[in-house]
Design a binder for this molecule. Sequence first.
Ligand SMILES: NC(=O)c1ccc[n+]([C@@H]2O[C@H](COP(=O)([O-])OP(=O)(O)OC[C@H]3O[C@@H](n4cnc5c(N)ncnc54)[C@H](O)[C@@H]3O)[C@@H](O)[C@H]2O)c1
Ligand SMILES: [Zn+2]
Length: 433
Amino acid sequence: MIQQLKTGVRKAQRAADNAQIRATVEAIIADIEARGDEAVREYAAKFDKFEPKSFRLTQDEIDACIASLSRQALEDIKFAQAQIRRFAQIQKATLRDVEIETLPGVVLGHRNIPVNSVGCYIPGGKYPLIASAHMSVLTAKVAGVKRIVACAPPQNGKPSAEIVAAMHLAGADEIYCLGGVQAVAAMAIGTDSIAAVDMIVGPGNAFVAEAKRQLFGRVGIDLLAGPTETMVICDDTVDAELVAVDLMGQAEHGPTSPAYCITTSKKIAAELPAATETVLARLESAPTARTAWEDYGEIILCDTDEEALAEAERLCSEHVQVMTKDPDWYLARMTRYGALFLGQRTNVAYGDKVIGTNHTLPTQGAGRYTGGLWVGKFIKTHTYQRVLTNEASAAIGEVCDRLCRLEHLPGHAEQAAIRVRRFGGSNAAGQAA
Ligand SMILES: NC(=O)c1ccc[n+]([C@@H]2O[C@H](COP(=O)([O-])OP(=O)(O)OC[C@H]3O[C@@H](n4cnc5c(N)ncnc54)[C@H](O)[C@@H]3O)[C@@H](O)[C@H]2O)c1
Ligand SMILES: [Zn+2]
């Protein structure tokens, strides 16, 4: 039996909230399209109280950011980037160009080509999410992207030194202190001061995610990576404190971040509400995390792993931590999620910051059709073909001629037929079939 012991009080409000966000974003994009830099400036002043001479950082400003960091901070950023780079390189190696003779004289192939220019959005409204610089900029660099633009909003009226350092160390070619819809739209549409890019990537709040959604088509996007969602699937092999720490740890991202506990343990289900209070009492971010938990938190008690699996699949959470006696049982069966965190020894924060997997992950059910950001998202696979012999050209041409006529396309049919006439004998079709 599946029992919903706690549900988020604001969950039903979600659709109305989303409609409001859609309208706001649409208006900002239209305005930036019409008025370019002038509009970008006004939105930066309005939303971020930021009015610099130039949004683009000079090399001197970048150097000053790096110089302001402690040695430890720089070493830690470099350590994280080394892990992310290594895993991205290994993933890239799985992508191979192919060329194969599929029929005698018929050669088909594909080439993997990096996107030429990419705009990376690094979130920084509430917290400076330094790690997002590694996840987007560094991964694009490993993919071979030639021009990498990076944008992050100001923190307390100036660029975040840590984010700027991470962007630079990851290989960003242009760094702007610009946030929100105005940053995403400026990079996608292009203005007098920012040349348009081919693709926008990176996580962000609901406004940023919606801006990417609306701009998709005009530019490519990686995926919809909006407000963080976290899920813990657990049984009696863990205790309520660890579960509460892992749920509240991610709930601090923002007041609209769902945190789900799916458990087969009656004990954890009973103890979790009090345990979350204990954990919140020691977090500075408690007001945000508490709102997220009250508005969107859920506790679901199941009798069996099969039921827990079904609930996890239904909710399709961005992060799914499995702390049960056999986490691999879930690894083998789950099909809808952003990323899995298997066993008590790891957790979402490791993945968010340092372990090496990408933290930009699908939210709001996008895990049904895509995984997270990875080097492959920056790489386009383009096919090509050539035909080596007259015989092969005529053989394919005869079948093609007939198939085009089935579709009532005489122009297409003639493209095939002229080749049959020029290159072929009459029995060529039989050889190709
Ligand atoms: N899915 C993922 O992979 C992933 C990873 C990391 C972080 N995140 C999410 O990224 C988000 C970061 O959010 P954030 O807000 O701290 O930073 P952010 O940088 O995404 O957004 C800040 C910007 O939002 C804009 N903004 C704020 N209020 C607005 C309004 N009312 N109208 C229009 N624009 C407005 C401002 O321009 C500001 O610059 C969090 O929700 C976090 O959960 C997601
Ligand atoms: Zn997180």
